[in-house]
Design a binder for this molecule. Structure first.
Ligand SMILES: [Zn+2]
Length: 379
């Protein structure tokens, strides 16, 4: 194959990909049409996103977004969808059109897509986006201001965990406030500089924020964190990693550091990852619910990651009759999914043996889920 044929082939592939993506959007929109909302305040029928998530390995949040996005594009942006199907534009441009026209009226959205498509796919994705924004501002000059106000209503602070033992703390606020806050931290970082301080300016900035928020006050109430640690690690026999709840694996050394800390709920496992004990007093008083919470960690509905502390116990089918309540009869479900089992027909969850869950969707897709162990079994 010579260079020209390879390039031609790549362009053909991209056109085909766009075609199938357009088809995917139409199929998802059809699915949405078959699952209209059954009660006020929701955009889809109960269990609709869960059905797609259970059949496709998508998270429920992603499935919901995809369905709603497809429904919106098919209904409101017909020319954009056709352009995607014909390979004139790609999925990224289609999605940008959806995002930028989302708040506009049907009529204005049509006007924007028409004006932008008339200029072709543009030289780059960024230029396409800019063209969309320009047209959107033209048809509805107040939309940008509305969006800014909406954004302000969504002000919040969230954590973004990474897998290397660090995490980011991300705050959404007005651009001006963010700038001022940064300037304050920068100022504190410069002030903290002493001749023998080897920290970089960036490090001092990070430390300044931590000091401001957490302070150095030892009396401050600390949140209890759950850490799961193999017994062999705890007593220093090996370096098997432990697990911090809602975060994931942490190093053996970090486990031992945390274990020396008072405000810690310790879960000790054997070398096969099964729970041996749940640290001292906290477990005895809270009982079974706590044990399930430790085992399941998050809502067990496939694709859902709502943390255990916001979940409740749900009784699964096929219980062990005549025996005392065992944790095999229960699983964690978040509020949304508990309600889903009450509101919709056809969903079944069974637990034939501990830690093995079988979910059956209303269209009889079967999904088997095995509880994640706290660690890999020892070799
Ligand atoms: Zn859930």
């Amino acid at each position: 194959m010579n260079e020209t044929t390879i390039i031609e082939s790549i362009c053909e592939d991209m056109k085909r990909e766009a075609y199938w993506q357009a088809k995917g959007l139409r199929d998802l929109a059809k699915f949405a049409e078959h699952h209209p909302p059954g009660r006020p305040g929701v955009k889809l029928a109960d269990g609709a996103s869960e059905e797609i998530a259970a059949s496709s390995n998508m998270s429920i949040r992603v499935a919901t977004n995809r369905i709603l996005e497809a429904e919106h594009i098919v209904r409101r942006l017909p020319e954009t969808l056709n352009a995607l199907q014909e390979g004139v534009i790609d999925m990224a441009r289609t999605r940008a059109t959806y995002q930028i026209t989302k708040e506009l009226s049907d009529e204005d959205a049509l006007a924007v897509e028409k004006a932008v498509l008339a200029q072709g796919p543009h030289a780059s994705y960024q230029e396409y986006r800019r063209a969309l924004r320009r047209q959107a501002m033209k048809v509805d000059p107040e939309a940008a201001e509305r969006k800014r106000k909406q954004k302000l209503e969504q002000r919040d602070v969230v954590t973004r965990k990474s897998e290397d033992g660090s995490a980011k703390l991300v705050a959404t606020m007005l651009a001006g406030e963010a700038e001022s806050a940064y300037n304050v931290l920068n100022h504190l970082a410069h002030q903290a500089k002493t001749p023998d301080d080897t920290r970089t300016l960036a490090q001092r900035r990070g430390d300044a924020l931590v000091d401001l928020v957490l302070g150095n006050d030892q009396q401050r109430v600390r949140a209890i964190i759950n850490v799961t640690v193999p017994l062999s690690t705890l007593i220093g026999l090996n370096e098997t990693p432990g697990e911090l709840s809602e975060y994931g694996p942490i190093t053996a050394e970090q486990c031992r550091e945390l274990a020396r800390d008072g405000a810690l709920r310790r879960l000790v496992t054997d070398d096969f990852g099964h729970l041996l004990e749940v640290g001292a007093n906290l477990y005895a008083s809270e009982g079974l619910a706590n044990r399930i919470r430790m085992r399941d960690r998050t809502c067990r509905q496939p694709g859902c990651r709502v943390p255990g502390r916001r979940c409740r116990l749900h009784k699964s089918k096929r219980t062990t009759r005549g025996r005392r309540k065992q944790h095999r009869d229960y699983l964690l479900l978040c509020k949304r999914h508990q309600l889903m089992y009450q509101r919709t027909k056809g969903w079944i969850v069974a637990q034939p043996e501990p830690e093995r869950l079988i979910f059956v969707t209303p269209t009889e897709q079967v999904r088997e889920v095995v509880a994640e162990r706290y660690e890999e079994p020892a070799a």
